[in-house]
Each structure stands twice: as structure tokens, then as C-alpha cells.
Write a protein that binds this ligand. Structure first.
Ligand SMILES: NC(=O)c1ccc[n+]([C@@H]2O[C@H](COP(=O)([O-])OP(=O)(O)OC[C@H]3O[C@@H](n4cnc5c(N)ncnc54)[C@H](OP(=O)(O)O)[C@@H]3O)[C@@H](O)[C@H]2O)c1
Length: 217
């Protein structure tokens, strides 16, 4: 069975998850703790390769007290196996699955597989086939997965109908910029009638931020 996917992101009031230069420090301190508690409850956390390259994230539970086995499995969606070997996503804090397509250079795949913490999954002929990736993660016993961006992967996951719920931190900031990434970019739908629909679940303030939660219909 495919994992239940929770999209988690922090965005400005104008829907940006990063500025045009890629700067993405949006959450207040209280929200960072909320996100790390959420991570602790998940079997896996998934990001796109551009997020790895832009932010060099650890994707571990480290802002709250935790044990090593509280760390979810990390998943990188990386068709061409571009994940740099010296990035923190491959550190020893947790296992990392790199999902690549059949287009990934064999040499890069071998280099990644040689890392102690890494497993490479091949799915998809051009880009990573997300539906098939979710099936494979499900077969590995992953029941819950937190999708942590970025915009391109978020859109593809919506498009494939793979997102169950959305938990957002909305910070009282306006970043602007037509080149700045929003919550979901990708191709976008042509008409509002085709927009993905959500149902409001709950909202509350946390420090200066607003937390909103929705189910995807
Ligand atoms: N504020 C927040 O909560 C937050 C969270 C995360 C990220 N961010 C920001 O988001 C920005 C990165 O977002 P992004 O949109 O550029 O990149 P992204 O979504 O992180 O990664 C997109 C890349 O994933 C790969 N991919 C492989 N298969 C895919 C598929 N089926 N569908 C979609 N993507 C697939 C593609 O590269 P290949 O074809 O080479 O594989 C694609 O270009 C960064 O600036 C980061 O700071 C903000």
C-alpha cells in the first residue's frame, strides 16, 4: 500500500517558499519545533533534488530531543543521480533512498550505492515515476511520508493524486518576485475548475506564524 503523504511547507503570505535567490528561512522558531515533532512521527521525508542542491538539508530530527531511531528515512527524487556525495542528506544520521530514473548515469548510481547510508531505487524512464516510487516505498513498510518540497515536486505529487493532506506555516511576510518559487509550480492547471481541491481541517497561530491544515479531496 502507498504511504499516506503529508505535504509540509513554510510559505510567505504571498505563497512563496523561497525568494528569487533561493533564500528560504521562513518559519519562526516555534514552527521549526513543530516541524521537527512532525518529522519524528513520520516513516519517511521526501524532497526534490533542487531542494537538496539549494539548501543542503539534513532532514533529520535535531531541533527537539530525540533518539537516532526517531529519524525518518530520507528520500530524494533525483532522476539523474545528481545528489552530491558530500552533502548532509547522505550523512550517517539516517538511511537515504535516492530515487532515480533509467536515464541516471550508471557511474553516478554506483558512486551513490557505495555510500553506507544509501539505497538507490530506479523507477521511471525519464523523470522519476512518483506513483511507482510510492508503491515501492509502501512495499518497504513506509506508511507515512512527509513531502517537504520544493515547488516542482509538490506540483507533480498533486498532479499524480498522491498527496493526502497539507500542513502549512504561513509567515507574516511578503517576498514578491515572479521568479520566486511558490508552494506548487510545475505546469499548473489551465482553468480554476481543474485546481486541486482541499478541505479545511484546522488552523492556529504559533508565535508570529499561522498554521493551516487541509485534507486533499
Ligand atoms: N519553504 C519551504 O517549506 C521549502 C521547502 C522545500 C524547498 N524549498 C525551496 O524550494 C526550492 C527548490 O524547489 P524546486 O521547485 O526548484 O525543486 P524541487 O521540487 O526540490 O526539485 C525538482 C526536481 O526534482 C526532480 N524530479 C525528478 N522526478 C520528478 C518528478 N516526477 N516530478 C517533479 N520533479 C522531479 C527534477 O530534477 P531531475 O529531472 O534532475 O531529477 C526536478 O527539477 C529551493 O529554493 C528550496 O529552498 C522551500
Amino acid at each position: 500500500m502507498k504511504p499516506k503523504v503529508t505535504l509540509s511547507a513554510a510559505m510567505t503570505l504571498d505563497g512563496k517558499i523561497a525568494t528569487k535567490t533561493g533564500s528560504s528561512e521562513i518559519s519562526g522558531p516555534e514552527d521549526l519545533l513543530r516541524v521537527h515533532k512532525l518529522r519524528k512521527d513520520m516513516d519517511a521525508i521526501m524532497v526534490g533534488i533542487n531542494t537538496v542542491l539549494a539548501d543542503d538539508p539534513r532532514l533529520s530530527v535535531h531541533k527537539i530531543s530525540s533518539k537516532p531511531d526517531d529519524n525518518p528515512i530520507r528520500v530524494v527524487v533525483d532522476s539523474q543521480a545528481r545528489t552530491p556525495l558530500n552533502y548532509r542528506i547522505l550523512n550517517s544520521e539516517a538511511p537515504t533512498i535516492i530515487a532515480v530514473s533509467t536515464q541516471a548515469p550508471v557511474k553516478r548510481v554506483r558512486m551513490l550505492e557505495a555510500e553506507d547510508t544509501v539505497e538507490v531505487i530506479i523507477c521511471g524512464d525519464k523523470q522519476v515515476d512518483l506513483e511507482s516510487l510510492m508503491e515501492k516505498l509502501g512495499e518497504k513498510g513506509i506508511k507515512t511520508l512527509m513531502l517537504e518540497g520544493g515547488s516542482t515536486l509538490n506540483y507533480s505529487m498533486f498532479q499524480a493524486g498522491l498527496v493526502s493532506e497539507v500542513k502549512l506555516c504561513i509567515a507574516p511576510m511578503i517576498a514578491g518576485g515572479s521568479q520566486a518559487k511558490t508552494l506548487a509550480d510545475g505546469d499548473g492547471v489551465d482553468y480554476m475548475k481543474d485546481a486541486f481541491r482541499l478541505k479545511f481541517k484546522k488552523s492556529y497561530t504559533l508565535g508570529e506564524d499561522l498554521i493551516v491544515e487541509y485534507d486533499v479531496l
